[in-house]
Design a protein around this ligand. Sequence first.
Ligand code: ARG
Length: 623
Amino acid sequence: MSDDGQPGPPAGGRVDFRAALRSCFRAALDGLAADGVVPLTADEMPALLDQVRQTADAKFGDYSGTMAMALAKRAGRKPRDLAADIAARLAAAPTYADFFLPPGDPVGPGFINVRVRDEALAAALSRAVSDPRLGVRGTERPETIVVDFSSPNVAKPMHVGHIRSTVIGDALARILRFRGHRVITDNHLGDWGTQFGMILWGWKHCRDDEAFAADPTAELGRLYRLVRKVADAKPEELAADPAAASLAARYPEAGREVLAETAKLHEGDPENRALWERFMPVCRAEIDRLYARLHVTFDHWLGESFFQPMLAATVDDLVARGLARESRGAIGVFLRGDDAPPLLIRKADGAFLYATTDLATIRWRLDTWKPSRILYVVDHRQSEHFEQVFDAARRWGLSGIADVDLVHVGFGTVLGEDGKPFKTRAGDTVGLEALLDEGVERARQVIELGAEGRAALAAEDRRHVAETVGIGAIKYADLSQNRTTDYVFSFDKMLQLTGNTAAYMQYAVARVEGIFAKGGIDRDALRVAATEVRIAEPAERALALDLLRFGEVLEDVEADYRPNLLTTWLYDLAGRYSSFYDTHPVLKAEGPERASRLALCDLTGRVLRTGLELLGIGTVERM
Ligand code: ARG
């Protein structure tokens, strides 16, 4: 298909074989429907074309269409007969023969297997080599997509759970952007919640001015941890912390008073407001440091506080439209009938809730950005919250709500090696900064153990390599998991130099790039239209085909918001490259074969590097 979605040679010279094949299948299925063989509606088409995928085993071909099995019953035909009918129409589709060999007889219960022509492969690859986008076509329908991610509650120390939202959200934003969407990232900071009540109360009752002057973040962190224990007044926590216990004894009403401090802040009390304004930059400095180390940035930082002036109107509007009403002094939106508990948007004491802010935020985003999708990259434990908020927002009938997809991109819990939620030995949540430090320190040890490059790396480079490898390991370990499942956090596993790890991938990049230094090759000279890539050997073909699947993998990542599809593919690609490189001479090859193989290596290096970059993972020249 061309860039404008029509079948035919692609306008930008980029070929997506799967997309091209799907459009041929579309023509075949349309013909089937037009001839009355199977009635088909346009709505069913995407799901049917989704059954055109890479084959599990290359010996059957490169791609396979499996829809005949599902359609056979409706057609009143045997699956294989229907498959043969589809295959004949496929072969006759316009442009089919430009890219693919004739499909041949269906296999098994009705698989239509297709092989890409070697000439088409070589031509596409030659173009990819001189393409800054590495042959990757973007989306055909660019959208405005808001990605709400990271969004920690500030003034509480960030913990390991926040890393998932930060890392997954950042990767998705990068990938969607690379696909050509207009992406707006927003860090919806929890900067207005009860944690500030704790800090305000702590500030007024037990602050240490000297400590605050020396290290404001640490002092606020101490106040938060201390006051939380005092306010919660759990006997076992107090027993383990004498300072908290003595405060709790002196202030038995602390829990109530903390809530009162929050309420005063929300009501605009000048003293609490001034303190909040003093604390916020301290909190920001703390998290900014982490984002800098993670190389994560945001377009916007519209935290909960930004939406506070809109909350009263949000509640009033929902009440005026008859969607929300009073329930035992509070106000709620009744989503599941009168008997089920409503989604509360105002408490009896007048305080607004998390859901109220999220509803106001949706309205603001729709009005301001007019997105067609809003992604919330948040722990799966909040799925009920988002279901209810999305439901309420739809009933609210906001302008633009009919055209927006609200998606909770949930993720599982990070577990320790004991299989329980990841905690320190003392039972506290693990601070993010300490976690990154440990990752980097362990990466340094791994690097120093490795024989290669050790002597050659200057101390400064070693620090940089350790930081890149350590942080990369933590990110990759997270991104390579199926995001919806829990995963076990293990430094030992994530820093292994073999297997599906960042270190292995970074090493693969360094190895590919090493060839060019070794051979004294001018890479830019390879990246010209005149470089002709030849596909002669099976290992070359397998590598070539895989390199050209980059765009298709990114499309799949977008479809399910699953960065692990990208890590899996990159890992396989690195393996294909090794099989090729270990058995075929490159620097020692001659003439056009040498140029062709060097171009394959160059493209592989760039694809691996770009793939890691889209995951937010850096690479190094030597390690
Ligand atoms: N601050 C929340 C938390 O740490 C996450 C916010 C997610 N975004 C949102 N729009 N609710 O649990």
